[in-house]
Write a protein that binds this ligand. Structure first.
Ligand code: SF4
Length: 325
């Protein structure tokens, strides 16, 4: 079973990316043939002008450094950049001919984008689910690791695949969702999901000192105003991070929080220490990779080469089905 996943080039990865996606990527590559793609064309739907796109190259590099340092292995998985395999754009155009516009207009994220980027409601936003489908099926991906919020997109991809297969004969397997078991990781503000756009993240590549500083600035259980107040760990974003970085002491933290046996300052210090201990091997590996400036280019070239070999075969098959000889 082939796994496919794509991620936008957001640059340095944070703790939310790490526990929510990257650790899962690493685990999956032990069990399956995996293809992980940095989707730079998708990023263009939200960027406008030379200044905004000028960060793409650096973001791709930083992201790949984090992936590799976290354990993604280019010998096992195919790691590449979406635009390096241009066949995806042809398949996107072909799939757009089998996808009714009404399917695309009902997608909730399209409606959200129409509100959030009023000045730039471009065609790419409407076609986004078709490009996502092309990404997956160009490599005949059968398993797609997703969070619950992405399930509607995958369902739409499955509908497009069914329609293509119905109209032109069986060509593509229907991709199946593999739901991540990790709950949404909230950011340091305690309200929204951890994200660079909200500036509420802790980057994996932060120094130990920066990590301590960021964690100490985090919001906690809002009902705990004084040290003597009992806390509610289930409402606290710091506690949710304890579950991943101080696993051996998480039950004790919950107990002491509820009985006001520990204050938030000490609780945060404990967490920051746990994160730094856990990430030390990651940071060492990242430093080592940074000292080899050509390595990232080599990984991406090799990844694009391997991805393209699969893409060319699939595209020929799809063209033949559609009468484009
Ligand atoms: Fe959150 Fe820890 Fe404070 Fe409890 S003691 S509210 S878990 S930071």
């Amino acid at each position: 079973m082939r796994v496919f996943s794509g991620a936008r080039p957001t640059g340095r990865q944070h703790l939310g990316n790490y526990v929510g996606a990257i650790q899962n990527y690493v685990k999956l590559q032990r069990e399956h043939e995996c293809i992980y793609c940095i989707v730079d064309i998708h990023a263009l739907t939200s960027l406008e002008g030379a200044e905004e796109v000028s960060h793409l190259k650096g973001n791709i590099r930083e992201m790949l450094l984090d992936w590799l340092a976290a354990g993604l292995d280019p010998e096992k998985s195919i790691l590449f950049v979406q635009s390096h395999v241009p066949e995806v754009m042809q398949l996107h155009t072909m799939l757009s001919m089998v996808t009714p516009l009404s399917w695309l207009l009902r997608v909730p994220t399209f409606k959200e984008k129409v509100h959030s980027q009023k000045e730039n409601v471009n065609y790419g936003l409407v076609g986004y689910p078709i490009l996502m489908t092309a990404d997956i099926i160009l490599y005949k991906g059968e398993i797609v690791p997703v969070g619950e919020d992405q399930l509607p997109h995958l369902e739409l991809a499955r509908e497009i695949v069914r329609r293509f297969n119905h109209l032109y004969g069986y060509t593509f397997p229907e991709p199946q969702a593999k739901l991540t078991t990790v709950p949404l990781i909230r950011g340091l503000d305690g309200t929204q999901k951890m994200s660079k756009s909200y500036n509420n993240q802790v980057d994996l590549a932060s120094s130990p000192e920066e990590t301590v500083e960021r964690i100490m600035s985090a919001f906690t259980d809002p009902s705990r105003k004084y040290r003597r107040d009992p806390g509610h760990p289930e409402l606290c974003n710091i506690y949710s991070l304890h579950q991943f970085f101080t696993a051996g002491r998480v039950a004790e933290v919950a107990l002491e929080c509820r009985s006001a046996g520990i204050g938030c300052v000490d609780c945060k210090k404990l967490l920051a220490k746990g994160i730094n201990t856990n990430l030390e091997p990651f940071r060492e590996r990242r430093r080592e990779l940074e000292s080899r400036p050509d390595y990232i280019e080599e990984v991406l070239q090799e990844g694009a080469c391997r991805a393209r070999a699969i893409a060319e075969v699939t595209l020929s098959e799809a063209k033949m089905r559609m009468g484009l000889t």
